[in-house]
Design a protein around this ligand. Structure first.
Ligand code: GDP
Ligand code: MG
Length: 263
């Protein structure tokens, strides 16, 4: 628990046998974390059994894809605060406490892995990936009037239950370009979003998404198309007088306003 709130950590896993036991163990060691939920995405290497043995709750997501796995985790997690992370050794479990310390004031607290001082020697965050992450994040920031953003692909993030209920019906991406959709929907819903620096370590095992420049470029392109698509649709909706999104109007969301929390 963190200040009377239940905390869940969601770990999407696709063939992570080499890492899963250690990752589950590291997150379970953090006092504030009540539930570690592993979403097994058709692993063939016994990831699910290892996760269970390490003390995680395990659910199986049959639809293959990083986005499908995370969306399943968001639906299944029981916490008032739901934290997304990865079980591949890249994130430091105690950084969860950094996210929690902002959770009182913000609905979506995202990590950024592009802060030089926190990029570990063996981390997969060379200049190409770093500049790409920053550029796509800035595009999102500019087009949606967001807070300062510097990483479009950091899984490590926290969302409050009320905010999750507000954006969940709009989530549609099943693939590796899932993360920016959460941010776009949160900003469209006028949720309180902030990004904070987190550690980024070397991965154990091969990276399945950003392991090569080609796959990185493909994911980056899909992210840009997603961001531009949302922006264009909302402009067209505005010009044609239609509601801006399929989501409930802001008034329908039970989140406290900035003013009411400040009071
Ligand atoms: N690429 C990929 N990752 C998945 C899938 N389902 C779950 N995951 C998990 O999502 C996380 C991100 O993948 P990863 O290989 O670490 O990519 P990277 O973070 O760009 O290096 C890992 O924890 C994977 O195990 C899937 O279908 N594809
Ligand atoms: Mg990873």
């Amino acid at each position: 628990m963190w200040q009377e709130k239940r905390v869940s950590v969601v770990l999407p896993a696709y063939n992570e046998a080499a890492n899963i036991s250690r990752a589950v163990g590291e997150f379970r060691e953090i006092d504030s974390i009540d539930e570690v939920l592993v979403v097994d995405n058709n692993s063939r290497d016994g990831t699910d059994q290892l996760a269970r043995a390490a003390g995680a709750r395990v659910v199986a997501e049959a639809r293959q894809g990083y986005g499908y796995a995370l969306r399943r985790g968001l639906r299944e997690a029981s916490g008032d605060y739901v934290i997304l992370a990865e079980p591949d050794g890249t994130f430091v479990a105690r950084d969860v406490v950094k996210l929690l310390s902002y959770a009182d004031e913000f609905d979506l607290v995202m990590g950024t892995r592009t802060t030089k001082e926190l990029i570990w020697t063996r981390a997969n965050m060379g200049w190409f990936l770093r500049i790409g992450n920053v550029a796509v994040a800035k595009l999102l920031q500019l087009l949606f009037g967001g807070p300062s953003l510097s990483d479009c692909g950091c899984t490590l993030r926290l969302i409050r239950r009320e905010a999750l209920l507000a954006i969940e019906p709009g989530l549609s991406v099943g693939g590796s370009h899932f993360l920016p959709e959460m941010v776009v929907l949160a900003l469209q819903r006028r949720l309180r979003v902030i990004e904070i620096p987190v550690n980024y370590r070397g991965r154990v095992g091969d990276s399945k998404i950003t392991g090569s420049r080609l796959t990185t470029l493909a994911v980056g392109t899909r992210m840009i198309r997603l961001i531009l698509g949302y922006r264009l649709r909302s402009w067209i909706g505005r010009w044609s007088g239609r509601p801006r999104s399929r989501l409930p109007r802001p008034g329908a969301c039970s989140l406290p306003s900035r003013e009411s929390t400040d009071a």
